[in-house]
Design a protein around this ligand. Structure first.
Ligand code: NIG
Ligand code: FE
Length: 429
């Protein structure tokens, strides 16, 4: 029998850690089920797919290694699957460092938003940058930051343009940047992010005249696989979110939702009712609320965004309660200029443990296989196993526990996408 040929062999791995082979989405007690293999190797074929992984001697016996096989010595490092960021805002101009200062001196996020700052400040800049054709390099930089932090698959939302043409253009630019970038990107239309100035006081008109037509066009033009809404006082209410998301679903998009960030607007009930893929944020969800059990029993993923809790000084979402109640828990960065200017999923893991009460294994599952499930990719990414894409992060850490434990120092030394080394950091000699 001819053995499959390894194009890449990553050997000398100190410990390989991967979510166990439980079908996705992973929920409840299975969230903590990770496999830890000491002395491991990973073999990846010409197509960029893992053909063997596990104890090094087993891997070497299962594949053909020839003089052209690229050999990477991991020198005892920890290997985890390429991280999957299932909630990230990627297309915006500039930043809002000024608001960071204001908030740190006491202004609240909602006050800044109500005064025309916040999302609307980014919208004005983003429209101008789209018109001037100057946004692509910023999107590319965001993806570069993610990749350096170990993220190999990410969602990219629009939502800072809020006209029909600009929202579509945001997705178009994202697609063209992503095509040339190692990070695998899925596209989400966040046309219903907030009500733009020209529709002030007329959110229903905005939904009907801009958001829904944008969803329909995004599908016709193949620009998005999901639609998202910000269901919150000051943005869109439950009826508007329902109208937009169900229209998007009819057009063929998966429904996502920003919900229970500052207040309960019936988001969990709506997400369950329409069969949304996820409800994200949940900082306003009380651990003893009956809705927590309803969410946990449903097929809707609870996406934790603890970097935004840190950034805005908000409560931690009840991750422990959700996991214990059997929920599909995912973990993402919420990278954006206003409420979470940070792309590090390893820091998100630290906060998911310290703030939301997850274990290291649960946090890893949440930002690998479950993130992949939220994006509809869990058959391809999120695990270090045969048949999955050869997306691997090598970290200078002695164990999985050290990933969240060593706060702010992830120790990412190398990132592989499809078996090719795309990031090399620090001294590997
Ligand atoms: O997920 N909550 C709404 N949207 C973003 C924040 C956007 C911004 O402030 O620019 C979020 O936190
Ligand atoms: Fe968000």
């Amino acid at each position: 029998m001819q053995l499959p040929r390894a194009r890449t062999l990553i050997h000398g791995i100190g410990t390989l850690v991967t979510p166990a082979h439980v079908p996705a989405p992973v929920r409840g007690a299975d969230l903590a089920a990770v496999v830890e293999v000491p002395g491991a190797a990973i073999a990846i074929d010409e197509a960029g797919v893992i053909i063997a992984s596990g104890p090094e001697a087993d891997v070497r016996a299962q594949v053909a290694i020839d003089p052209d096989t690229e050999l990477y010595d991991a020198r005892g490092m920890l290997a985890v699957p390429g991280l999957v960021d299932c909630h990230a805002h990627l297309v915006f101009d500039g930043d809002r460092a000024n608001e960071f200062e204001l908030r740190n001196r006491g202004a609240s996020y909602e006050e800044i938003h109500a005064a025309g700052g916040g999302i609307l400040a980014s919208v004005a800049r983003t429209r101008a940058a789209l018109d001037a054709g100057t946004i692509a390099h910023q999107v590319r930089r965001n993806l570069d930051w993610m990749l350096a932090a170990g993220t190999t698959t990410a969602e990219g939302k629009s939502g800072y343009a809020l006209t029909l043409e600009h929202e579509l253009e945001s997705l178009k630019v994202l697609a063209s940047v992503a095509e040339q970038h190692p990070v695998h990107v899925t596209q989400t239309l966040l046309a219903a992010h907030t009500v733009p100035t020209e529709y002030a006081g007329r959110p229903d008109d905005y939904i009907d005249e801009v958001a829904i037509p944008a969803a329909e066009r995004a599908v016709r033009e193949g620009r998005a696989s999901a639609a998202d809404v910000f269901l919150e006082r000051g943005s869109f209410d439950r009826a508007q979110a329902h109208r937009y998301l169900t229209a998007a679903q009819r057009a063929g998009l998966t429904a996502r939702m920003h919900g229970d960030q500052f207040s309960d607007q019936g988001g969990i009930e709506l997400a369950i009712e329409i069969g949304a893929r996820s409800i994200d944020h949940l900082e306003a969800l009380e651990v003893d609320a009956p809705r927590l059990g309803e969410l946990a029993a449903s097929g809707v993923a609870a996406v934790l965004l603890p970097l935004s809790s840190l950034f805005l000084g908000r409560p931690w979402a009840p991750g422990r309660g959700l996991a214990d109640a059997g929920a599909i828990v995912a973990l993402a960065s919420d990278f954006n200029p206003g409420s979470s200017y940070g792309e590090s999923l390893t820091l998100a893991m630290s906060l998911a443990c310290l703030g939301c009460g997850l274990t290291a294994g649960e946090a890893l599952t949440a930002c690998t296989v479950n993130g992949a499930w939220v994006l509809g990719l869990s058959d391809r990414v999120g695990r270090l196993d045969t048949g999955y894409r050869g997306d691997v992060v090598l970290l200078d850490q002695p164990s999985l526990q050290h990933l969240p434990y060593h706060v702010g120092t992830p120790g990412v030394r190398a990132v592989f996408v499809g078996g090719l080394e795309v990031v090399a950091q620090g001294d590997r000699s």
